[in-house]
Design a binder for this molecule. Structure first.
Ligand SMILES: C[S@@+](CC[C@H](N)C(=O)[O-])C[C@H]1O[C@@H](n2cnc3c(N)ncnc32)[C@H](O)[C@@H]1O
Length: 235
């Protein structure tokens, strides 16, 4: 092989590796290793198509998310729920669609356009029971211990410091309150090194933060749901 051909092959291989890296950084891991502005920019771009791409099923969201959350909040007649990285309002809408939900939901997200999509949702939702605001999951603009439940669905791995996000979620949760976080698992989790993904890591982090009744359940192929409760004496 001549030196020119060897150089061409080396350049081609280099470009291939760069292409793969770019694909991982921008597509597979949705920009999270490039900084929060990149993630927000990507979600702002995709917002008008997000619901169509996700194609979430309202019946499944009711059965797997809203109803179990209401069951866990059984003793609270009008719970105040926080949905961190709410996107287009999937969890708030699922809760509000439940006839026996008499509480209020606050949804926060970094992407203004995802929130704009949530605000466009049907008038059936009791708007006075729903508050949407821009905020970073790593610095929640709420005092300690005010929410009866805090959730973060399909989003923890996209926040800059997942451990900090979880700490913030626990901080704003009332003693005895319910935490619900989805956990990326399976081979998808390999695209998110160092981000609490894969079975066991999130659960251990929650135990270390003093949470009780930490339980995970299979939800989707690439997501588990992790449930926990904050001890009734503040930790
Ligand atoms: C895959 S979507 C999930 C949205 C919604 N929870 C759902 O289940 O449909 C991820 C969301 O996380 C939001 N996000 C990513 N990083 C964030 C951060 N640091 N703070 C707040 N929201 C963030 C994105 O803007 C996006 O709306």
């Amino acid at each position: 092989m001549g030196p020119r051909l060897a150089a061409l092959i080396a350049a081609g291989a280099g470009l291939g590796v760069l292409g793969l890296l770019a694909y991982w950084a921008l597509v597979l891991s949705e920009g999270v290793y490039l900084g929060p502005w990149v993630v927000t920019w990507l979600y702002d771009r995709v917002a008008p198509r997000y619901d169509r791409i996700k194609n979430s099923c309202p019946e499944d969201d009711s059965r797997c998310l809203a109803r179990p959350l209401l069951l866990a909040l059984d003793a609270v007649p009008a719970p105040l729920v926080l949905d961190v990285a709410t996107g287009t309002g999937r969890l708030p809408l699922a809760l509000e669609a439940e006839a026996d939900f008499a509480g209020r939901v606050v949804g926060v997200d970094r992407s203004a356009r995802m929130l704009a999509e949530a605000r466009r949702k049907p008038a059936g939702v009791q708007q006075e029971a729903l508050c949407l605001a821009r905020a970073d999951a790593g610095r929640l603009p709420f005092p300690d211990a005010i929410f009866h439940a805090v959730a973060c669905i399909e989003a923890l791995e996209f926040t800059q410091r997942p451990r900090e996000t979880v700490r913030e979620m626990v901080r704003v949760l009332r003693p005895g309150g319910v935490l619900l976080v989805s956990n990326r698992v399976g081979c998808d989790a390999l695209a998110y090194p160092g981000r609490l993904c894969g079975r066991g890591r999130l659960e251990r982090a929650l135990h270390r933060l003093g949470l009780e009744a930490v339980e995970s359940e299979r939800w989707q192929v690439y997501y588990d749901l992790v449930w926990a409760r904050k001890g009734s004496t503040d930790t």
